[in-house]
Design a protein around this ligand. Structure first.
Ligand SMILES: [Ca+2]
Length: 440
């Protein structure tokens, strides 16, 4: 019954919000059709290519990355799965509710979903049931007074089944970013609350733009999303300065230690040997990469960067590339100059952007769908907007061009997407509901 209610609610909201075509899409946009049947979705023509495909260099794996990948567990093998097609709609099915401002959904390589709450708890949904006891509760050490602060994400070690190690990104009671390593206890549903080892503590000059995403890349390294430090317009110019850890993606080797730190620097990080850049920095020019993810099948990287007042953007980085990239902020906001005198050609361009015309305010990046339950969703990168709840898909066609479709509206403030161990996708609303994303 509740499922039916929510489905009707989604239908209603989608109908109300579906008049506009969405973010800078030159492809014909269908209004969100959560009632679309599988057949028209699967047979939707690829239509016209959209912007910026030519700015994307072809994939070219570096020998180092290829070598590293050979020693990593292979992603979920699905060699014979159909290729999918651009989505025109989705339905959202409630899985569990009652969460306190959920900020992230992760998995530990099994069926459980770990829902991160902003104030500092991590809760487990197992076989559709929310367990009464949290996996971890660190509310006493997390600062979440500002709405962009708090416990922001969890990343399980690629060998979590063997070592029980996971990582957290949160802001502490001073508002500074902490990235730390933790350990599960003897109970697989409880973390060892005394196991924290701090890897990085990064001073935050302002309360907002804390980034917060942790993801392991296909190279086995831990990637960390850092915002520009906050305020507005990046007054300290942190994003264009590789000498700070702000406004950047960082890359750490968490399986080694060196230089007095509880991590090591991957040997091909781009600023090694550059006295103007920090060794941890992997790419710069980001304002607040609240969410980024790797395509579990291809290793391609999608970085959604939150804009200032005008444009939200999605960046695509082919697998094996990206070290040393400059994503443009604060010279650029999306594909537009933010500062006078900027040279758009000097920066890596997004593959999609949208403006704030329909109540949008802040992009929430998602994942490429690689699950098995909904074959027509395969290959679609889902993303949306925190304020309006509007959802879009980006689909990369075989020729490298992109289709960008509006596909619906989430019933609430869209805080995050999440990926299950099996590649199924989820999202949460700030109002406290976890939804599974399904093909209509
Ligand atoms: Ca940019």
């Amino acid at each position: 019954m509740r499922r039916l209610w929510l489905f009707l609610l989604i239908l209603l909201l989608a109908a109300c919000g579906g008049e506009d075509g969405g973010p800078q899409a030159t492809a014909p946009i269908a209004p969100p059709r959560v009632t679309a049947t599988r057949a028209p979705t699967a047979t939707a023509p690829p239509t016209e290519a959209i912007a910026e495909a030519s700015s994307t260099p072809p994939p070219e794996a570096s020998p180092t990355l290829a070598e590293a990948a050979a020693t990593e567990p292979a992603p979920s093998p699905m060699p014979t799965a159909p290729p999918g097609a651009p989505l025109t709609g989705v339905s959202l099915v409630p899985v569990a509710d009652g969460f306190d401002a959920p900020t992230f959904v992760g998995n530990a390589g099994d069926e459980r979903l770990f829902v991160v709450e902003q104030r500092g708890r991590i809760r487990i949904v197992s076989n559709g049931e929310l367990l009464p006891e949290p996996f971890l509760d660190i509310r006493e050490q997390v600062g979440s007074q500002s709405n962009e602060q708090g416990l922001l994400s969890i990343a399980f070690h690629p060998d979590y089944a063997g070592n029980g190690v996971f990582f957290l990104d949160y802001t502490d009671r001073n508002g500074d970013t902490v990235i730390s390593r933790w350990q599960v206890s003897d109970d697989p549903n409880r973390a060892d609350a005394s196991s924290e080892t701090v890897l990085l503590q990064i001073a935050q000059p302002y309360p907002n733009h804390n980034g917060g995403q942790l993801q392991f890349g296909p190279d086995g390294y831990l990637y960390v999303g850092m915002g520009d430090g906050g305020s507005g317009g990046d007054p300290q110019n942190n994003a264009q300065n590789p000498g700070t850890l702000l406004g950047a993606l960082l890359r750490l080797d968490v399986d080694a230690e060196g230089g007095g730190a509880h991590y090591a620097i991957p040997p091909d990080n781009p600023y090694i040997g550059d006295e103007n850049g920090r060794n941890e920095v992997w790419a710069i020019g980001l304002r607040n990469p609240w969410r980024f993810s790797f395509d579990r099948e291809t290793g391609d990287l999608y970085v959604a960067d939150v804009g200032q007042n005008m444009y939200e953007e999605v960046n695509f980085v082919p697998a094996g590339q990206g070290a040393g990239l400059n994503f443009g902020w604060n010279w650029m906001e999306g594909n537009h100059c933010f500062r006078d005198g900027c040279d758009p050609g000097a920066f890596y361009a997004p593959v999609a952007e949208y403006s704030h015309g329909q109540g949008e305010c802040s992009i929430t990046g998602g994942y490429v769908y690689r699950g098995a339950a909904f074959p027509a969703m395969r290959g679609n990168y889902l993303y949306g907007d925190f304020c309006s709840g509007r959802l879009w898909t980006l689909f990369r066609q075989p020729d490298g061009s992109w289709v960008n479709n509006a596909i619906g509206v989430a019933p609430g403030s869209l805080t995050t997407f999440g990926e299950g161990f099996d590649g199924e996708l989820y999202l949460t609303t700030r109002e406290g509901v976890l939804y599974r994303i399904e093909q209509p």
